[in-house]
Write a protein that binds this ligand. Sequence first.
Ligand SMILES: [Zn+2]
Length: 144
Amino acid sequence: MFTSYDDVTSKIPEKPQWWDEHGVPRYIVFTPRHAANIYADEVALLSIACFGCLTEYRVSITNRDFPVEVRGNLPVAGAIRDGSIDYCDPPNSGCCGVGPSTGCYNLRVLEYWSRQVPHREWTRDATLEIELPENAEYRNQFAP
Ligand SMILES: [Zn+2]
């Protein structure tokens, strides 16, 4: 469960463009350099939806969100490939009463970036920018 940043969001008239891996609202075009953890070597921008009210969000997740023993093995890419990538709780935006403590539908990978030694330049891999397994369930249950 993330804390609320309504002290920030209430002062900015526009909606956040995306939320980082700590549920912090961001008001800038997403790039992997804007991930909360500057040591991240993988960053993905996901489309998710709140379990409670189906509000959709764009959120980032990094290899630093995985256990330390797997962080060097491109765990974000692995979790995308096996369909297990999960942002868990949606951002605490006040979208609904249960939003902050419920889960989310992980819908789609919008962007996937990684950087490797020795150059550590961010490289985008569009082959990992795919619809996630929960998207079909979500669309089948809730699409108009
Ligand atoms: Zn909600």
